[in-house]
Ligand binder design. Sequence first.
Ligand code: IMP
Ligand code: MG
Length: 185
Amino acid sequence: MASAGEAWAPGIRVLIPEGELRARVAALGAEIARDYLGKELTVLCVLKGAWLFAADLVRAIPLPLTLEFLGVASYGADTRSSGEVRITSDTLTPLHGRDVLVVEDIVDSGLTLRFLRQALVARGCRSVRVCALLDKPARRVDSTVGVDYRGFTVDDHFLVGYGLDHAEKWRNLPFVGVLEASGGG
Ligand code: IMP
Ligand code: MG
């Protein structure tokens, strides 16, 4: 059950330990590799939250893929998406005609993903699929937003670690943890 986090991370309860993340990422990588065999896969890592997940995931996909980064930010309070999304740093390469796999940390309201899908389709990607480490379906605003590859379905907690932050902290935790009300700021 609830296990203690790192000593330097008080108030954070381990939800998904390192070993479980590693095993699930390996399985996702194998599944993606099967589906994209013979295609030219472009992995699009959504910054900042997906950087660690994407780093591990690409090493679990034994295909000659290319990697791109896209920074997005949504306006609004820090634990709730407003639905107004903007691109803060764009890809270096045009994505037109590419088979793109969007790698996201977590799908919460789904508004960021909806924006990304629309933007990528508008750019003329040949295909767009989404791989999200975490899916929080209880908070979904738009039920039509689909996730093609899912690491874990999680309850409605605010999560940190393994790339996810709260006010830019805790991205470097090696596990996914729950930010308890008393800790983390
Ligand atoms: P959405 O647009 O509401 O689906 O949320 C998208 C973004 O909000 C994610 O990519 C995360 O960066 C952030 N986010 C949502 N839930 C959490 C959470 O529990 N912890 C940390 N970041 C979150
Ligand atoms: Mg994010």
